[in-house]
Design a protein around this ligand. Structure first.
Ligand SMILES: *Cc1c(COP(=O)(O)O)cnc(C)c1O
Length: 375
């Protein structure tokens, strides 16, 4: 008898960016202009169109080489490098490693703070009263899985503490819309291939403050602006024309891509409802379209579900590990009580997402979760 072939592995995320044919007309323009980076015409057009997509003034959007570069540039432009009086950067423990990398590159000593159980992010009101604020030079709240951060909360925080705030909104291009979420408090976004809106590698700083975004541009370009004199702490964090070419093609297909991802989300919601799992599956619009999460009741259940999915060749991922304080490199970083981060990180599992994830595979994933859960 021929052995039954095992079902093909379903990866946790299978992105789809514009094809070579989609990008080609833009690449031809690079051949013509012979401008390959340094704020070339494609980068400027990309910024203009992306700002329009977010309903923002042109001057509010500065492209970057990556989300981490965007975050670094935004920190340098708002707070500058760390000072001896205020050496700390306050960040939530429930985040991706990149948040910590960025503050360290600006000379800050990271300090991890716990998140709120309902929002999975920093509590601006509680933090404003915390003594650690006295030793901090910057606060970097995170929009976890793209859940956007209300500008108002952080404006009030800034008014009370006079501390600069930069939001790590890496995955929030599809979720942060309108003045509630886009305003004067800067947001760094990532266009890494794993994000819903992607250029391969890429990112942007967004802030409704034209003086600030000029400073970001300087910080991302060797401290130069108009002249070739370096006057500010900086890095090379610019987007190249090649990435802008992908970005322009991505913008061409963005409405369709969004719709396609929304259809997969609907498939998940229907399948979850059929199996009485609606409460346990977290999708857009609560999180970005690139994430579908299983929320377990406890760590045991999460592990049971993870094992059952693995046995079916279905991949899962704890996108933020068990909290960034559990990463070997950051295990000695100073932190407060992290009970909520520990509990949430243990319970949340990323489950597969792809623009072409079939009804059949969504059904398989949800049924596997259902049976592991009741086991
Ligand atoms: C993706 C991500 C980043 C990093 O962005 P890159 O473009 O990969 O540098 C930072 N923070 C969070 C929360 C992310 O999800």
């Amino acid at each position: 008898m021929v052995p039954e072939t095992s079902p093909a592995e379903i990866p946790v995320l299978r992105p789809r960016l514009p094809t070579a044919d989609d990008v080609l007309p833009y690449l031809r323009r690079i051949d013509e202009t012979r401008v390959y980076s340094n704020h070339g015409p494609l980068t400027l057009e990309f910024e203009e169109r992306a700002a329009l997509e977010l309903s923002l003034p042109r001057a509010s959007f500065v492209s970057a080489a990556s989300g981490t570069a965007a975050l670094t540039g935004a920190i340098l432009a708002s707070a500058g490098r760390a000072s001896p009086q205020r050496p700390l950067a306050i960040i939530p423990a429930f985040t991706f490693v990149a948040t910590v990398c960025a503050v360290e590159q600006c000379g800050y000593v990271p300090h991890f703070v716990d998140v709120d159980a309902a929002t999975w992010s920093l509590d601006a009101v509680a933090l404003a009263r915390a003594p650690v604020v006295e030793r901090a030079g910057i606060v970097v709240p995170v929009a976890p899985f793209g859940r956007p951060q209300p500008q108002q909360d952080w404006r009030e925080f800034q008014n009370r503490t006079a501390l600069p705030v930069v939001i790590d909104g890496a995955a929030s291009f599809d979720t942060a819309r309108g003045p509630e979420f886009l305003g004067e408090i800067p947001i760094a976004m990532s266009f890494n291939a794993t994000k819903a809106f992607a250029t391969g590698e890429g990112g942007a700083v967004i802030a409704n403050d034209a003086d600030f975004t000029v400073r970001v541009r300087r910080a991302l370009n060797f401290g130069f602006f108009r002249t070739r004199e370096s006057r500010f702490a900086s890095l090379n964090g610019k987007m190249s024309e090649y990435h802008a070419a992908v970005g322009l093609a991505e913008l061409d297909m963005w409405a369709l891509k969004r719709k396609t991802l929304e259809e997969v989300v609907s498939r998940y919601r229907r399948a979850a409802a059929d199996e009485a799992l609606s409460e346990s599956i977290v999708t857009a619009p609560e999180v970005s379209l690139s994430y579908v999460l299983f929320r377990a009741r406890d760590r045991d259940e999460a592990e049971r579900v993870q094992d059952a999915l693995r046995a079916e060749s279905i991949a899962t991922r704890r996108w933020y590990g068990f909290g960034v304080h559990r990463e070997p490199y950051y295990q000695n970083v100073e932190h407060g009580d992290l009970a909520v981060t520990e509990a949430i990180a243990a319970r949340l599992l990323g489950i597969p997402m792809a623009p072409d994830l079939s009804d059949e595979n969504v059904g398989r994933i949800i049924r596997t979760i259902r049976s592991a859960r009741s086991a």
